[in-house]
Design a protein around this ligand. Structure first.
Ligand code: DMJ
Length: 601
């Protein structure tokens, strides 16, 4: 009896242990499942948002946003199909193809830190840095509006420069005021300040940025006085008086700049979404509707300066570069922002692509170029500002599975890249002669612009051809070598062809907002600010696509698992010495690669 009771007890204990083990495994599995679901569906708010007191976070769904189905899955399928078709065999450097190419990230992050520290040391709170004379400057108006800090917010977040981000955030949220008696350029204020605030909100979910954006938006009404469709190009921040009557130069019976009156859709749409106030996007759409009815000399294209009150526009200067660029960019990007719903922007964009192909593309010595067009002929030049076009064409081609246009985008990206590689210092002038890549006189300056690296970044994301990473690296290295200021920061160059190129003592805010951001994203994994889910405004501030209906409306989706992911610098470089070693290696490799390209050319 005693033996069988003992055996019985032992069997019971065994059953109990097994049951307990199964129970523990189930609890563990449940916890794992719960965590992964949260990460996958945008449960956790970003780390920055979690640091905020509860009432400073934006409510899930924003200001009463309805949840709608999106077609993001469809978009994903479409772009990967195009990607596969264009993947080239025979890669340049397999290491560069890795999704987590940390060395590139390390270099660009170091550059950003350097830039930020210099701004902090010498120009804190001012618009932009004068890196050589170690001071600050106002760029938007007579007083500074901390332009660099605002433009840098989202880049600092993306690069995981956490301490620097918090410094920028506190400066902007504590000190930025729009109660300043001055007029500012409306377009620049909108793309940089409004764009910067909205981009920072998009990544952090910190509702205080929306409050600031709304304070600025309230000042917009003076630019649209008397129900006018087209805004005046200057904004009176105090907003007391009509700009049109106060400053006769702003009257709309004069010619105005295409980009300055036609680049509103993205900021206004996202603003309407976050404020739950459709009046902004209605204003932007009214502009585009009016312009869609105009007659111009080149079908689909618009002259660089226009008369807002005329149905037939003067046939004059057409360009994808200065004065024009972002007007075209927003036709495509607003269509994408709406989850490909807005027909009007899409139709106009398609006509633009046809116009570009018909009138602006020229082939010289085996290379394709984007020229400007005056009166009835093209000009033998390509400008840096127009080099956003290959990226735009590629983005549109990926969305529409248009392989022919993607091929054109590839060819144009190459000639834009060669604008850098054909110069002895590896930095591009503002304009080149398309016959020989030489700078056009008086336009040989390099002013830190992003357009070429922007297109390189988009081409990399869409084609995954490793050459794009190596091109970006070469450009970054040239910047490091020739534009870096010893005492901190980076500067534009007065003449890239000079024997000893001189610095222009100006660090542009878009260097932090765009140039360094696009370079950095070139080396992150592709789901960091995935092109299927984010749209960059023309100053590279990211807005979530189809915000109202997307999972991003809960504050931010995979900010934790991607944008602020620890797969960046911290995890891949164990020590400062290791970081230094990697950067040195990169400098060496890039120099060699540049020499190779020069020899080949
Ligand atoms: C930026 O402010 C924007 O990219 C704008 O669209 C064009 N000019 C600069 C950069 O070159």
């Amino acid at each position: 009896m005693a033996v069988s009771a003992f055996l019985l007890n032992q069997a019971r204990v065994r059953r109990l242990v097994v049951a307990l083990a199964i129970f523990l495994i189930c609890v563990y599995a449940w916890i794992v499942l719960l965590r992964s679901t949260k990460l996958g569906e945008g449960g956790p708010l970003s780390r920055f948002q979690q640091k905020l007191p509860h009432d400073e976070r934006i409510a899930p769904g924003g200001a009463g946003n309805p949840q709608r189905q999106t077609d993001r899955t469809k978009a994903k399928g479409a772009s990967s199909k195009v990607k596969d078709t264009y993947k080239e065999s025979g890669s340049i450097d397999e290491e560069l193809l890795q999704d987590e190419y940390s060395p590139g990230q390390i270099l660009i992050k170091k550059m950003m830190k350097n830039t930020w520290d210099a701004y902090k040391n010498y120009a804190w709170g001012q618009d932009e840095l004068r890196p050589v004379s170690k001071g600050g400057m106002s760029s938007l108006g007579s007083q500074s509006m901390m332009l660099t800090a605002i433009d840098a917010l989202d880049t600092l977040m993306i690069m995981h420069l956490d301490q620097e981000y918090l410094e920028a955030r506190d400066l902007v949220l504590d000190k930025l005021s729009f109660d300043v008696p001055m007029t500012v350029n409306f377009f620049e204020t909108n793309i940089r300040i409004m764009g910067g605030l909205l981009g920072a909100f998009a990544l952090s979910g910190d509702a205080r940025y929306v409050t600031k954006a709304s304070e600025l938006a309230q000042r917009y009404s003076t630019a649209f006085e008397n129900g006018q469709v087209f805004p005046s190009n200057r904004l009176d921040l105090m907003g007391h008086m009509s700009n049109a009557t106060k400053e006769p130069d702003l009257r709309l019976d004069r010619r105005v700049i295409l980009a300055e009156i036609g680049t509103f859709s993205l900021e206004f749409a996202y603003l309407s979404d976050v404020l739950n106030d459709p009046s902004y996007i209605q204003k932007a759409t009214a502009i585009i509707e009016r312009m869609s009815k105009w007659k111009t000399g080149l079908e689909g294209l618009y002259p660089a300066t226009i008369y807002p009150n005329k149905e037939v526009q003067p046939d004059d200067y057409y360009s994808m570069g200065g004065l024009c660029d972002s007007f075209y960019e927003y036709l495509l990007k607003y269509w994408l922002y709406t989850g490909k719903r807005d027909q009007l922007h899409h139709d106009m964009y398609k006509r633009v692509v046809a116009g570009i192909k018909k009138h602006l593309i020229q082939k010289r010595n085996g290379h394709y170029f984007l020229t400007n067009y005056k009166t009835d002929r093209f000009i033998e030049e390509q400008e840096h500002l127009a080099c956003f076009v290959p990226g735009m064409l590629a983005l549109g081609a990926a969305a529409e599975e248009d392989q022919e246009t993607l091929q054109l985008a590839e060819a144009l990206t190459e000639s834009c890249y060669l604008m850098y590689q054909k110069q002895k210092i590896g930095l591009s002038p503002e304009f080149i002669d398309i016959n020989n890549f030489q700078p056009i006189s008086q336009k040989s300056y390099w002013v830190m612009r992003p357009e070429v690296v922007e297109s390189i970044f988009i081409m990399w994301r869409i084609t995954k051809n490793p050459k794009y990473r190596s091109w970006g690296l070469n450009i970054a290295q040239a910047i490091e070598k020739y534009a870096k200021v010893e005492t901190g920061g980076y500067s534009g160059i007065e003449d890239v062809s000079a024997d000893s190129p001189k610095k222009n003592d100006h660090q542009e805010s878009f260097f932090l907002a765009e140039t360094l951001k696009y370079l950095y994203l070139l080396f992150t994994s592709s789901d960091v600010l995935s092109l299927n889910e984010w749209i960059f405004n023309t100053e590279a501030h990211p807005f979530p696509i189809n915000w109202r209906g997307s999972p991003y409306s809960s504050g931010k989706k995979d900010v934790e698992s991607s944008v602020l992911d620890d797969t960046t610098v911290g995890h891949s470089a164990n020590s400062k010495a290791e970081e230094e070693r990697i950067v040195k290696k990169l400098v060496y490799e890039a120099q060699n690669a540049r020499d190779d390209v020069k020899q080949a050319a």
